[in-house]
Ligand binder design. Structure first.
Ligand code: R5P
Length: 316
């Protein structure tokens, strides 16, 4: 017997398609909720069904416009709490502000922590998310956080290509753990890109490849592609070091303005991302493959609701 009453999944305005696919996986209809803005730009939320004592999951990746989507989720949590939901889980497939996770310059914020505090204060009981920029962000919350990884989905897709003589390349030192995981799944050697970012703008300077990529098919691994600057420079350097074919796997396709054009014009053969974020038509491109995390999130929601292990999903 699940510890909480009926499971209900609701979507904010960020990514209805993903929420619907999650509901399809779970075999339940999407929950009824009305989320809109008044003329004065104030967001309003009303649940269209009784959620008293229900196990409520609110799906909202933090996509563009990020601050609006965050505020919307906070208001949804508040509305659910005031409607006497039994338990509220914020399902955040992409946690924006993850890169602002430390005070590494004078007089700067730790916004990833601020957002965690806001969610907790609003009344979220748990968080379910995917591939945080840094795992330590889990510790910014004083409520349980289940962090899933899309790496097995990306690795399975690449494995099916049966590429030969591959090397997995961590896009930067921070991506090393992810890349090592991918390398062991593909039975490939590992290389690491040493990358330096110049100041707070999006310009990066790629410096050095640690490891041998000459004559190999390189599979670059990163948590997200935002402007595409890091990925495209990484691909250039790898080609200069003798890599023959270039693939890239990133869980989150943020794809800010100009990113798709950068990928299109690059030497990358294929960029593989997932649907943690919505893909507007302008972001679609034949070089970009999108895999779905709906079954991953759906299974995790089923397990959280039923009191089953989520970690067991990732055991070999
Ligand atoms: C940064 O540390 C991240 O892991 C990604 O490398 C970064 O977010 C990519 O950003 P962009 O695509 O703008 O270079």
């Amino acid at each position: 017997m699940p510890p909480f009453e009926e499971l209900r999944v609701f979507s904010g305005t960020a990514h209805g398609e993903l929420a619907r696919s999650i509901c399809d996986y779970l075999g339940i209809p999407p929950g009824e909720v009305n989320v809109f803005k008044f003329a004065n730009d104030n967001t309003f939320v009303q649940f269209g069904e009784n959620i008293r004592q229900r196990d409520v999951f609110l799906v909202q990746p933090f996509c563009y416009p990020v601050n609006d989507k965050i505020m919307e989720l906070l208001i949804m949590v508040d509305a659910a709490k005031r409607a006497s939901a039994g338990r509220i889980t914020a399902v955040i497939p992409y946690y924006a502000y993850g890169r602002t996770d430390k005070k590494d310059q004078p007089r700067v914020p730790i916004t990833a922590r601020l957002v965690a505090d806001l969610l907790t204060t609003a009344g979220a009981d748990r968080v379910l998310t995917t591939d945080l920029h840094a795992g330590q962000i889990q510790g910014f919350f004083n409520i349980p956080v289940d962090e899933l990884t899309a790496l097995p989905i990306l690795a399975r897709y690449i494995a099916e290509k049966e590429l030969v003589d591959t090397v997995v390349v961590a896009a930067d030192i921070g991506a090393t753990k992810r890349a090592r995981n991918m390398a062991s799944r593909l039975d490939s050697p590992l290389a690491i890109m040493e990358k330096r970012r110049m100041g707070n703008n999006d310009r990066i300077e790629t410096l050095n490849v640690i490891g041998d990529v000459g004559g190999k098919t390189a599979i670059i691994v990163d948590d997200e592609i935002d402007t595409g600057g890091s990925l495209v420079s990484t691909a250039k350097v790898l080609e200069a070091r003798g890599a023959t074919e270039l693939y890239a796997c990133c869980t989150h396709g943020v794809l800010s303005a100009g990113a798709v054009d950068r990928v299109a014009a690059s030497n990358l053969k294929e960029l593989v991302i997932t649907d943690t974020l919505p893909m507007a038509d302008g972001k679609r491109h034949p070089k970009i493959t999108v895999l779905s995390v709906a079954p991953l999130l759906g299974e995790a929601i089923h397990r959280i609701h039923s009191g089953l292990s989520v970690g067991a999903m990732f055991e070999p």
